[in-house]
Design a protein around this ligand. Sequence first.
Ligand code: NDP
Length: 415
Amino acid sequence: MAADVGSLFENNKQLVELNIFNRLVHADRIIKFRVTWQADNGDVHVNTGYRVQHSNLIGPYKGGLRFHPSVNESILKFLAFEQMFKNALTGLPIGGAKGGSDFDPSDKSEPEIMRFCQAFMNELYHYIGDQVDIPAGDINVGSREIGYLFGQHRRLTKKFSGAITGKELEYGGSHVRTEATGFGLLYFVCEMLGRLDKKIEDLVVSVSGSGNVALHAALKAIQLGAKVITLSSSQGHLFVEDGFCEAQVNQLIAAKGSSTEKLKSLNIGEWVDKHGPWQHCCDIALPCATQNEVTIEAAKQLVESGCMLVAEGANMPCTKEAVDWFEDKKVLHAPGKASNAGGVALSALEMGQNADFSRRSFAKLDEQLREIMHTIHDNCLQELNDADEKYLNYRKGANLAGFTLIASAAIAQGI
Ligand code: NDP
């Protein structure tokens, strides 16, 4: 980020005089709280909850909640920082935030998950609201957890408000929200290919993860005529040489249980234990699982096997060394803050529908999602002097576009 925006500072004295860089690097506030909840056997447990409210310069704080043992303040700080730029890139009025807890839901019963969500909201509700901060889901926070969180917020505030997005359709949710990150990723990939007069049809796509983002990315890729050869979990990956079909991906979307169990239950292809999916030849790689999953070794494998485009479905799945390698080898690389912004964009459309008590159709929202991904792609291009070149540095374009928007809001609103 610093390197990308360095030239802006040389050309704009105001950015230096007003100390804009430091002002944007620091979160507005970091809220940390104790979450006490009771297990089914009567044991009382304590976890830590967080909400990093990074910036509300262009709109209310907005970003997901993650429940995972790896959650800590440092990870949430970088996610909230990135979220600020991602949200700005969508062109919608939403600020940046992120939150969550080190709670591990993987071995918990349904009542335990409900009690944890309620205990978490007992603290969080002090700091959120439909014009203040609107959390959504992230890893391990899907519609079930959003339901429990929303229910507790409603009880505590006595208000049915749009203070949380990712809700079920029956109580204020939006069509396309579940699909939006994965579908949006593919719309962004199509924009990148379109600039090169290429189409996704018949291209070979490797996807990591088998959660919400991965499965909807795989589904849309197949619907657009590509061949998806991998999906993965934290335990390994499933390689299907002839490609998954739409029905198999839909089966995974509908299935319950751990990612590994679900993938193995398909009884197709080859299960590769303990390895990420990047060893196979593909045209396009879509890392959709978690941060830092594409290491420099994986990046080298992808480049060697002829991969021409990497678009991030997860948040920061490629290490810095991996991104440098892709750029050096002229493999197109889309950073998550641009390519996975479809989810938060649809969340903002859910906020809009909640605010005016309306519901838009799936088709209309899907069309809006396409338009937003087109806008994000345009925003990235706009900042690049070499926009006419074949190879584009999307990381730089996204950083410059996001920073320019946020910085001008910071300047306009005074110190
Ligand atoms: P889910 O919880 O639905 O799925 C996560 C998937 O990643 C699971 O298949 C999980 O497997 C796998 N995974 C987790 N940790 C690892 C690991 N260390 N190595 C390999 N695989 C792993 O999450 P989402 O699909 O919602 O989110 C995925 C990523 O996308 C995250 O980075 C998230 O921040 C980002 N994102 C999500 C958005 C959304 O709308 N959901 C919006 C924008 C970004 P297992 O079950 O075995 O752990």
